[in-house]
Design a protein. Structure first.
Lengths: 563, 447
């Protein structure tokens, strides 16, 4: 059996899935200030009366790191940045102890200016004096030549608890994002480590010694140990949990729009032929734009508890939430109150809901039922127009080859999948407004926790090879490799897949079902004068985000003896 | 510490980046797949597309109608264009529309293949260009947005002879080309006395610069010649044909311009739109020059930008070069100020003005012979008639009615078109700009 746990803004959802399907589902209120207790309570409740021996793993998606970032509570860390010519690296400052040092590498990865060892040691000394224990290092073009980052790490590692290098988390080109990502890795690390070690310890104490995995925003997981190498990968995994929850039931062809309608927001994502669409660069959180791989998701401020506004007869919903709906003791009318008035949900105080909607109905000179219907309509319209905006943005994404531009067809979803608290109510209305199929994801209230449990281990490798310089470099690798002059695109694909396999296994993937694929493979003849001096090759390979092998989506059960 | 993005474009800037990573003239040609690879790497690595106020747009394709608004393609546009040309011209059009729709204040189309050597009549590729992407953009913007006066400043190292040809007779388009002296470089034209046709004397401005001109000379040219003329002309839109082959590391030219210099030029020129033209130092120049142009267009600081191997001392221009450029400047400004008198001299009481030329298409190895007649006119740009034949055994007659044609010129043009003898011409074309139509009569079995 597998536990999936997803910490949300209001609730933490937990599900236990096994050979008989979903064996248990639990909702506990989230206490942001005491996340550890929230997670532990969730895990305890879901395992009550279950034989611990039968639980194979627990996959957790938490808001731990995201909260620290949004609330500006990251601990002090050091940043060492070498940029060389270009945009002034002072403009990319992430934190107080941010040091710019000498050393530069050009676009092909050739050294332009060497690292000044003495300068690095002076910076290390200054950081140590301030009691800093964690350091991030980022150099421009380090994904084409990581030697400077590695040299700096070699010099300073003996003096710090942990040093995080920019090229190791992602092979993508984007120096400002590399700086921010290395910084977040360093800054999230101590909190991440303390939290998950404590969770692990408490579970062991309760006789629940199960392997812990952590969900990432790309809809895949990583094992406990490798999460300490890239703790920033735990940031903002929530939206991906929902997408993975819908994935089990998604049509395997065509474009599908997934809507997770919550109390505060609606999270939207796209599936293409049953595979979630990834963001081209990485998540953005607070002031940080990062290289943390993520599903392409978007959030809009329309949910069950969003505030309803009326201005001269025009209704709008959200984007703010002001506590709960009036029917549940909140201060202002919301779509949930409209549902209550219409009798679509029970359990709230209908009189309070009526009280909330009456002034609006009077101002608009319509009946109470009519205003409730209009609120409902408006919420649906805003959700669909938000989704259309996201789809338009995806369709306007630039491409760089003639082939892609002529062959690329625009995405137009024909399926709509809905999950989250008010999913069934919204589905009924959206059916009348959406051109195509509308379905409610089974177990819509805990589908996110199920998605968490069922996500497979993912990772990505970006390989850059230059046969003129006879080097191949891939992110996360400890050493760049020497390659022969005759190294081909085929060799590069093979090397990238080999590296991907190693990385995936280290992160905890199932070696028999890796689902590896090459997503980009380009080679360019490098010509100087009239001679070909070599090839410039780029290959990006990934483990496709998806569900673990052995899950039967039709029966909704795990069919594997080892799980 | 509270972190906020410190980088924000002072001017909203749009980019179309289309490196055509799967298109080349031939595998080892300068205009090959690899050309913008390192530029892409630099642009991505600097994070330029993440900067607030810089937006990347996906290029639209141009339509055949857009192409035929500018060119006479022989025998037709499909034959002389590849998919890549529809996209690169489309990239320029996209960025022009973003500017006119007010989505951005400045725009840069970083696209290939380039276009400034493409003439009005196109038999094939010359100087790596098939169709003129700036002209296609300008004429589209004029049609769709009703703009009238446009200035094109061509800062490519090669004379922008194609753009000059298209706007030779158009008094509403100021074309300024600054380039390496034609006696020392392809295409061998762009001299001081090339000033425009009889209805547009002075609105073609050529500024030939001596080899080894460096930052000082280029910036002097902009400040002392280009800006004063622009100031007089008062265009509604300034377009920069932003070739990058004046760079000291360019393999096929002899100039000494730097990336910083290009950024300063961009800053001074304040063009609304820039379109990439040539530039073949793909590693040593383009990554830095393009970064500099983007930063300058967006009004961002470019003081930390320099090529790793740049040494200003090494590329300083001689005092003889400086003096040469100053002399050129005096002559350029004199022609500009005396353009009315020069018009009278050129017209010499003719009603129809003629010129004949031989045009060589170096890229496709074609010889074209042209004879051009323009109706001398005070009311419009004048009806234009071009007889053209090539050594591929095809002869055409092309008739152009200018955008704001007077009745007499319209009638003259239709008379030329209708009376053309299909025994002499394989194709007879009529470009009717006021009606925005393109007509063709052709010989049976025409090639």
């Amino acid at each position: 059996m597998i536990i999936g746990l997803d910490v949300g803004g209001t609730h933490t959802d937990v599900a236990l899935i096994g050979h008989k399907g979903i064996e248990k589902e639990v909702k506990v209120p989230t206490d942001e200030a005491h996340l550890f207790e929230t997670v532990l309570t969730g895990l305890e409740k879901v395992t009550e009366g279950v034989n611990p021996q039968e639980i194979r793993r627990a996959v957790l998606s938490t808001t731990l790191a995201a909260n620290l970032i949004v609330q500006n509570k990251l601990p002090p860390v050091g940043m060492i940045v070498s940029g060389g010519p270009g945009i002034d690296p002072r403009l990319f400052r992430t934190n107080t102890d941010y040091h710019i040092v000498r050393g530069a590498v050009d676009h092909r990865g050739r050294e332009v200016e060497t690292v000044d060892d003495f300068e690095i040691m002076m910076v290390a000394e200054a950081l140590k004096l301030k009691g800093i224990q964690y350091v991030g290092v980022a150099s421009k073009f380090s994904v084409h030549n990581p030697e400077h980052e590695k040299r700096i790490a070699q010099l300073i590692s003996p003096h710090f608890e942990r040093v995080f290098l920019g090229h190791q988390l992602s092979g993508s080109l984007n120096f400002p994002r590399r700086i921010a990502t290395a910084y977040l890795n360093a800054a999230v690390y101590p909190v991440h480590k303390q939290f998950f070690e404590a969770v692990k310890k408490s579970l062991v104490k309760k006789g629940l010694d199960v392997p812990i995995r952590i969900l990432k925003p790309d809809g895949g997981n990583m094992n406990f140990d490798s999460s300490f190498d890239d703790p920033a990968l735990s940031i903002l995994s929530g939206p991906s949990a929902s997408v993975m929850g819908a994935l089990a039931y998604a049509p395997s062809s065509g474009a599908t729009l997934v809507l997770d309608i919550g109390g505060t927001t609606t999270d939207m994502a796209l599936l293409i032929d049953g595979v979630p669409l990834l963001d081209p660069l990485g998540i953005e959180i607070g002031p940080y734009k990062t290289l943390i791989r993520a599903l392409h998701t978007q959030s809009i401020g329309v949910g069950g508890d969003s505030v309803v506004h009326e201005d001269e007869g025009v209704l709008t919903i959200g984007p703010e939430r002001n506590g709960r709906a009036m029917a549940y003791g909140g201060p202002e009318p919301t779509p949930t109150d409209a549902f209550t008035v219409l009798g679509l949900v029970n359990g709230g105080d209908r009189e309070r809901a009526v009280e909330g909607l009456t002034p609006i109905a009077e101002r608009m000179k319509v009946s109470l039922d009519e205003v409730a219907l209009q609120i409902f309509d408006q919420a649906c319209r805003q959700i669909l127009s938000g989704a259309q905006e996201m789809i338009d943005r995806v369709n306007s994404k630039p491409v760089y080859t003639v082939h892609e531009l002529w062959e690329g067809s625009a995405i137009k979803p024909r399926h709509l999948m809905i999950l989250g608290g008010p999913a069934p109510q919204f589905a009924e209305k959206l059916m009348t407004m959406f051109e195509g199929n509308v379905t409610v994801v089974p177990h819509w209230q805990v589908a996110n926790a199920v998605g968490c449990a069922l996500a497979r281990t993912t990772c990505e490798v970006m390989l850059f090879a230059d046969t003129a310089q006879q080097v191949a470099v891939a992110d996360g690798e400890q050493a760049s490799r020497e390659i022969p002059r005759g190294f081909s695109l085929e060799d590069a694909r093979r090397m990238a897949l080999e590296l991907l396999r190693e990385k995936a296994l280290q992160r905890g993937a199932n070696p028999d079902h890796l689902e590896m694929e090459v997503i980009e493979a380009n080679q360019f003849n490098m010509i100087r004068g009239f001679h070909t001096i070599g090839k410039n090759i780029r290959v990006r390979a990934q483990i496709k985000p998806g569900l673990i092998r052995g899950y039967d989506p039709i029966a909704g059960k795990l069919r594997r003896q080892d799980l | 510490m509270k972190v906020e993005s410190m980088l924000q474009a002072k001017k909203k800037t749009g980019l179309v980046f289309f490196p055509a990573f799967d298109w080349a003239i031939s595998p080892s040609h300068p205009e090959r797949e690899e050309r913008l690879l390192y530029t892409q790497d630099q642009v991505f690595e600097e994070g330029l597309l993440d900067i607030e106020g810089i937006t990347e747009y996906k290029p639209d394709l141009v339509t055949i109608k857009d192409v035929q608004r500018v060119h006479f393609c022989v025998p037709d546009p499909w034959t002389v264009m590849t998919e890549s040309h529809f996209i690169s011209a489309g990239g320029a059009k996209t960025i022009g529309m973003a500017r006119m729709d007010g989505k951005v204040e400045r725009g840069f189309a970083l696209v290939r293949p380039p276009g400034h050597h493409a003439n009005r009549v196109v038999h094939g590729a010359r100087g790596f260009c098939n169709v003129n992407i700036e002209a296609i953009m300008v004429e589209y913007l004029r049609r769709a947005y009703g703009i009238d006066r446009v200035a094109i400043v061509d800062t490519d190292c090669h004379h922008g002879d194609g753009t000059q040809d298209i706007y030779w007779h158009d008094p509403d388009t100021l074309f300024i080309s600054m380039h390496q002296d034609g006696r020392t470089l392809y295409p061998g034209s762009g001299f001081l006395d090339e000033l425009g046709g009889p209805n547009a004397v002075g609105t073609t401005v050529n500024i030939p610069l001596p080899p080894q001109t460096s930052d000082e000379g280029f910036l002097y040219t902009i400040k002392e010649m280009v800006l004063p003329i622009l100031n007089d002309f008062k265009p509604e839109l300034i377009i920069n044909s932003a070739g990058q082959d004046n760079h000291y590391s360019d393999p096929i030219t002899n100039m000494n311009f730097s990336a910083r210099g290009y950024a300063e030029l961009t800053d001074l020129l304040q063009a609304d739109l820039a379109v990439l033209e040539g530039g073949y130092s793909i590693e040593g120049a383009l990554p830095y020059v393009n970064t500099g142009i983007i930063l300058a267009m967006a009004g961002l600081d470019y003081n930390h930008l320099r090529e790793p191997d740049y040494n200003p001392e090494r590329y300083r221009q001689t005092t003889a070069t400086t003096r040469w450029i100053e002399q050129t400047g005096l002559r350029v400004l004199k022609s500009w100020q005396q353009r009315k008198e020069l018009t009278e001299k050129l017209r010499a009481d003719q009603t129809i003005h003629q010129r004949s030329r031989r045009i060589f298409y170096d890229t496709d190895n074609i010889y074209e012979v042209q004879s051009e007649s323009i109706r001398v006119c005070d009311d419009c740009a004048g009806a234009l008639r071009i007889e053209s034949s090539s050594d591929k055994d095809v002869a055409i007659l092309a008739v152009h009615i200018p955008r704001k044609a007077c009745q007499a010129c319209k009638e003259q043009a239709y008379e030329w078109y209708d009376s053309a003898n299909l025994g002499r011409f394989d194709h007879v074309f009529l470009q009717d700009r006021p009606k925005d139509t393109y007509l063709e009569r052709k010989k049976e079995n025409a090639k």
